[in-house]
Design a protein around this ligand. Structure first.
Ligand code: MLT
Length: 325
């Protein structure tokens, strides 16, 4: 074939590929949530699904695939067809799992396409209402006196609640008994019921229970106090005595590696439009969340952020000596 025919053939192929995606999405898009329904990751994904419907012009559904600190759901998406119809909403666990799981069935960031960061969420250290301590100072003494008799719920190794609990135990130099769940929604039921003592839960899920008087608050994990009514009088754990304690749980959107550039661009544009939705911004703000509007909304910025966080948490996890096979 002559050079000019090869060039024409190349353009024809490129045009065909672009045309093939021109009507994407032409069927419902699925957001996989790697935790049980009703938890903060699930709530954030459902909120995002609602806001994505208009810019995508398609139905967006949420599918829960919980277990193993979010790694089961993340692996499911990594293995999915790279066609843009199966996406992952996941949080800080994307950056921590590589340091926690020796046999992780996917690589971060290699096995994913970054579509942009969604938000940053503070967590809150909460306890069952019948616990004897009523503030962080009393809690610290109670933990010192009771040690591993105190139990702490989380959503599995690598979950945000696990990482926050890891940092809490390292800061207190205390080892608590940790009880894993498939998500912090089922854990919250046991916390309120008294089957478990404490949990470090994202504000998304904790705020409604705090407003309902169902749990007691010992402190927020962000470096600055929150301004929302339910938590404006709650100290940060840093001011309560855990110097430099700062845990922000970020959430991002991901597609499987190999998803085509036109589809990635379409999905990123839809995410940008969704995160400009004033109702979404208001709803998330009322829970203490910050919707992303900076360079981390670019796939390259999102990837850089995940790689930085991966290094940061690898150091914290190594120091804490936590691993899973
Ligand atoms: C976590 O602890 O990782 C999440 O908050 C769990 C969840 O969203 O259920």
């Amino acid at each position: 074939m002559t050079a000019s025919r090869r060039i024409v053939a190349g353009f024809a192929l490129a045009a065909t590929a672009t045309l093939a995606w021109a009507d994407f999405p032409d069927k419902p898009v699925t957001l996989v949530v790697p935790f049980a329904a009703g938890g903060p990751t699930d709530k954030i994904a459902r909120d995002l699904a609602e806001a994505l419907r208009k810019p995508l012009g398609q139905t967006v559904v949420v599918e829960n695939a919980g277990g193993a600190g979010g790694t089961i759901g993340a692996a499911k998406v990594a293995r999915s067809a790279p066609d843009g119809y199966t996406l992952l909403v996941h949080h800080i666990g994307m950056a921590t799992a590589p340091a926690l799981y020796r046999k992780l069935p996917y690589k971060v960031p290699e096995d994913f396409e970054m579509l942009g960061l969604i938000n940053e969420a503070p967590s809150v250290l909460i306890g069952n209402n019948s616990l004897p301590p009523n503030n962080f100072s009393e809690l610290r003494q109670w933990i010192t006196a009771n040690g591993s008799k105190v139990n702490l719920a989380n959503a599995g190794l690598g979950s945000a609640s696990h990482l926050c609990g890891l940092m809490l135990q390292s800061a207190l130099k205390s080892s608590l008994t940790t009880i894993p769940y498939k998500g912090t929604a089922p854990a919250m039921t046991d916390l309120i019921g008294g089957q478990v003592n404490l949990m470090c839960e994202q504000a998304t899920n904790a705020v409604p229970q705090i407003e309902g008087g169902k749990v007691k608050v010992f402190g927020v994990t962000s470096s600055r106090r929150l301004t929302i009514a339910a938590l404006k009088d709650s100290p940060t754990l840093a001011e309560a005595g855990l110097k430099d304690f700062d845990v922000q749980v970020w959430h991002g959107l991901y597609a499987p590696k190999g998803t085509s550039a036109p589809v990635l661009a379409r999905l990123n544009a839809a995410l940008r439009a969704a995160l400009k939705d004033p109702d979404l911004i208001k709803r998330q703000g009322a829970l203490g969340l910050t919707v992303i509007s900076d360079e981390r909304l670019d796939p390259a910025g999102h990837r850089r952020f995940v790689e930085t966080e991966k290094q940061r948490w690898a150091k914290v996890i190594k120091e804490a000596g936590e691993y899973a096979d």
